[in-house]
Design a protein around this ligand. Structure first.
Ligand SMILES: Nc1nc2c(ncn2[C@@H]2O[C@H](COP(=O)(O)OP(=O)(O)OP(=O)(O)O)[C@@H](O)[C@H]2O)c(=O)[nH]1
Ligand SMILES: [Mg+2]
Length: 648
C-alpha cells in the first residue's frame, strides 16, 4: 500500500473514531452515565486522536533532492513543482508543511533577524501574528509555487552581521560561506517557514519538514535539537552520483545516527539513480551499478543494503505528472512510498491504537462500575421491599425510620471520605512540586550558568552530566512517590469499599519511570554540542544561549506531559469518589420515596417492585450496549455496519 493510501485509511479511521466517540458520549449523557471522570476520559481520547500529528522530516546535505522528493511523493497532484528545487542551495530555511483549520491557507515566515533576540523558536510559534504572512491559493498551483519560492530567499550582509546571526565563525574557517567580491555574505532571509494548506494528507495530520542542507543551518540548534528528535520519521537522502561524501557522513553521524536509538524510524534514500541510466550500458549493467552504490553507501553508514532505497525523485515526479507507468516503475518511487506508509504509518497507528485502547479500557471500567453500583442498589431495594410484603403499617414506618437513620449515619461519616481526599491531595502536592517548572528551572540553573560563562566553557560537560543525573534521580523519586500515592489510594479505597459497599478502584497510576528514557534521549541528542570539536562555537554567547533555551524547551515538554498524566490520574480517583457519593445519596432518597409511596397506597408495593425489576432489565441492556459501543470504537473502519444502526 502506498503512503497516500495508508494515510487515507488512517484518516478514515480517525474520522470514524471521532464520530463514534460523539455517539458514545451522547448515549452516556442520555443514560445519565456522564460523570466528570468519564467526561474527562472522553475529552482526552478525542483530543488524542484528533491532534495526532505525524511528522516526516527530510534531511540531507544541500542539493541531494529533499525538496524534489517531497514534490514527487506528496505534491505530484498539482502537476508541477511546488517546493522550489534547483541546482545549488535552494531551500534556505526549515520549512514545515501542515494544516490548521483555524487559519486560512498561508505561508508564514520568521525573519532571520529574530535570531538576535532571546526568544526561542517555540516562543515565536506562540506569536504567529508576528511572522510575515503570504496568503496561498491552493487552487492555483502556479501562484502556490511562486509564493513558496520565498523559502529560497537570501540576504547579503556584512561579515559582522553574519557572525551575529550565526553564519560566520572565525574559529572554524572551513565551514564559513564564501564572501562575494564585495565582501558581503549570503545568509538566509528567513529563520523558519510554516506552510498551512488544505492538502488531503496534511489535513489528516501529516506534517512534512523540509530542511536546508544541514551545513548551512548547523548554527540553529533548535532544528537538530528539538525538531528532528520530535519527527516520527526522518528520511535521509544521498545522491547516487556522489555516493556518501564526507559532509553526508558528518550529517549522518551528528544528527541521524543518534535518532535511530529513539522511537523514530529512519529511512535512507539513494536518490538520482537516473543519473546512472546509461544508454550505452545494458539494463542489467545499470542495475548492477545501482546495487553496488547501494551496498557501498549502506556499508559506510553501517546499515544493511536493504535499508537503503534507490530511487529517482525527479523521474518519479515527472512520471506521476505525465502518468507514465513505465517511468514510474523505473523511478522506484512507489517502493519508497510503501516503506513510508507501512513502516511509519503502520507503527504510528499501532502506537496510537494501543494508547487509545488503554483509554477505552479505563472508560469502560469507569462507566461499568457505575452501572454495577446501580444494579446492586436495585437488588437491595427489591429485597428490602420484598421483605415488606404482608407487613403492617407499623413495620413499614419502622423501615422508613431505619433508612433515614442510615442516611444520617452516612452523611455524618462524610468526614472519613473527606479525610481520604485530603491525604491524597497533600501527597499529590509534593509530587506536583517535584514535577513543577520551577523545580526544573532550579535543577537546570547550574548548567545554565556554566553555559553562560564567557569564553571557552570549562566544566560544562560536568555540569551537564550532573544535571541529567539529578533530573533522572528526581524523576525516579517522583515515580516512587506516585507509587506510594497509589498504595495509599488502593488501601483507602479498599477500606471504603468494605465499610460502605462502594466499588471504588484505584485508577491506573502514571508511569513516571518511562520519562527517564526521554531524559536520556534529550541528553544524548545534545551531547554533540558539548564535544571538543564544538568548543569554539560553544564559546559564542548567542550559541550557548540558544542551546540552553532549546534544551529547556525540550525538557519542559517532558515535564508537562508527566504533569498531565498525574493530573488525569488524580481526577479519575476524585471523580470516582464523587460519583459513588452521589449514587449513594440518590439511593437513599429513592428508597425513602419508595417506602412513602407504599405507606400512602396499599397496592403500591407490587407495583414498585415491578418498576424496579424493569429498571433492572434496562440496566442489563445498558451494560451490553456499553460493551458494544466501546468495542466498536476500536474496530477498523471497514468492518462495520452503519453507525446509525448501532445507536438504536
Ligand atoms: N537527475 C536527477 N536530479 C534530481 C533528482 N532529484 C533532484 N534532482 C535535482 O537536484 C537538484 C537539487 O534538488 P533539490 O530538491 O533542490 O535538493 P535539496 O536537497 O532540497 O537541496 P537544498 O534545498 O539546497 O538543501 C535539483 O535541480 C533537482 O531537480 C533526481 O532524482 N534525478
Ligand atoms: Mg530543498
Amino acid at each position: 500500500m502506498s503512503f497516500n493510501q495508508e494515510f487515507d485509511q488512517h484518516g478514515v479511521w480517525r474520522k470514524q473514531f471521532a464520530l463514534r466517540l460523539k455517539l458514545l458520549s451522547e448515549w452516556l449523557t442520555d443514560h445519565d452515565l456522564m460523570e466528570s471522570g468519564v467526561r474527562e476520559r472522553l475529552d482526552q481520547l478525542h483530543a488524542q486522536v484528533k491532534n495526532d500529528k505525524i511528522m516526516v522530516a527530510f534531511v540531507a546535505e544541500f542539493s541531494r533532492g529533499k525538496s524534489e522528493l517531497i514534490n514527487a511523493v506528496f505534491f505530484a497532484g498539482y502537476g508541477r513543482r511546488i517546493m522550489p528545487a534547483s541546482a545549488g542551495r535552494t531551500t534556505m530555511c526549515p520549512t514545515e508543511l501542515g494544516y490548521d483549520a483555524e487559519v486560512p491557507p498561508c505561508l508564514r515566515l520568521l525573519p532571520i533577524e529574530t535570531r538576535l533576540q532571546p526568544q526561542s523558536l517555540l516562543d515565536w510559534r506562540n506569536a504567529l501574528e508576528k511572522w510575515e504572512r503570504v496568503d496561498l491559493d491552493v487552487n492555483d498551483p502556479k501562484q502556490l509555487a511562486r509564493a513558496i519560492q520565498k523559502v529560497a530567499e537570501v540576504r547579503r550582509v556584512t561579515q559582522a552581521e553574519a557572525a551575529a546571526l550565526g553564519f560566520w565563525h572565525d574559529e572554524v574557517p572551513e565551514d564559513n560561506p564564501l564572501p562575494g567580491p564585495d565582501g558581503l555574505i549570503e545568509v538566509p532571509k528567513w529563520r523558519h517557514a510554516l506552510i498551512n494548506m488544505a492538502h488531503p494528507l496534511l489535513k489528516q495530520g501529516l506534517v512534512i519538514l523540509d530542511t536546508p542542507g544541514l551545513n548551512a543551518i548547523g548554527a540553529e540548534p533548535e532544528l537538530t535539537v528539538s525538531l528532528l528528535p520530535q519527527a516520527h520519521a526522518v528520511v535521509f537522502i544521498l545522491a547516487a552520483d556522489t555516493g556518501v561524501t564526507k559532509s553526508d557522513l558528518t550529517i549522518w553521524r551528528q544528527h541521524l545516527a543518534v535518532l535511530g536509538e529513539g522511537r523514530e524510524s529512519r529511512l535512507v534514500v539513494l536518490n538520482k539513480i537516473d543519473t546512472m541510466w546509461d544508454a550505452l550500458s545494458s539494463p542489467e549493467q545499470v542495475q548492477l551499478q545501482i546495487a553496488s552504490q547501494r551496498t557501498d553507501s549502506a556499508e559506510i553508514l553501517g546499515l544493511s543494503p536493504r535499508q537503503v532505497l534507490a530511487v529517482s525523485a525527479q523521474k518519479g515526479l515527472l512520471a506521476k505528472v505525465h502518468r507514465d507507468k513505465k517511468l514510474l516503475a523505473a523511478s522506484n518511487l512507489m517502493e519508497l512510498e510503501t516503506a513510508l506508509g507501512v513502516d511509519l504509518l503502520g507503527q504510528r497507528r499501532k502506537i496510537l491504537g494501543a494508547a487509545v485502547a488503554n483509554g477505552i479500557q479505563a472508560l469502560r471500567s469507569e462507566t461499568g462500575r457505575m452501572v454495577h453500583t446501580r444494579a446492586r442498589d436495585l437488588v437491595e431495594q427489591i429485597q428490602e421491599l420484598e421483605g415488606l410484603r404482608g407487613k403492617n403499617t407499623g413495620v413499614i414506618k419502622q423501615m422508613r425510620l431505619r433508612i433515614e437513620q442510615e442516611q444520617a449515619d452516612f452523611d455524618a461519616s462524610g468526614a472519613k471520605i473527606q479525610a481520604v481526599r485530603s491525604v491524597h491531595l497533600r501527597l499529590l502536592k509534593d509530587l506536583f512540586a517535584m514535577l513543577s517548572s520551577s523545580h526544573l528551572k532550579a535543577e537546570v540553573a547550574t548548567l545554565g550558568k556554566a553555559l553562560k560563562q564567557p569564553g571557552i566553557k570549562l566544566g560544562v560537560r560536568r555540569a551537564y552530566d550532573h544535571t541529567f543525573d539529578r533530573l533522572r534521580t528526581d524523576m525516579g523519586k517522583a515515580d516512587r512517590m506516585a507509587g506510594d500515592i497509589q498504595s495509599m489510594l488502593e488501601g483507602s479505597f479498599k477500606n471504603l469499599n468494605a465499610e460502605y459497599g462502594f466499588s471504588l478502584q484505584a485508577p491506573t497510576p502514571p508511569r513516571l519511570g518511562q520519562y527517564v528514557k526521554d531524559l536520556d534521549l534529550i541528553e544524548k541528542s545534545h551531547l554533540q554540542y558539548l564535544s571538543l570539536g564544538n568548543a569554539l562555537r560553544l564559546a559564542q554567547p548567542e550559541f550557548a544561549e540558544r542551546l540552553a533555551r532549546a534544551l529547556m524547551s525540550r525538557l519542559r515538554v517532558v515535564y508537562d506531559t508527566a504533569v498531565n498524566e498525574v493530573e488525569l490520574w488524580n481526577k479519575s480517583a476524585a471523580a470516582q469518589l464523587d460519583a459513588q457519593l452521589r449514587e449513594r445519596r440518590r439511593n437513599f432518597s429513592r428508597r425513602i420515596e419508595a417506602v412513602s409511596r407504599i405507606q400512602q397506597a396499599a397496592g403500591g408495593l407490587d407495583e414498585r417492585i415491578r418498576e424496579l425489576q424493569s429498571h433492572q432489565a434496562e440496566l442489563n441492556q445498558l451494560d451490553v450496549k456499553l460493551a458494544e459501543l466501546t468495542e466498536h470504537l476500536l474496530a477498523a473502519p471497514e468492518e462495520e455496519p452503519s453507525d446509525e444502526a448501532l445507536v438504536a
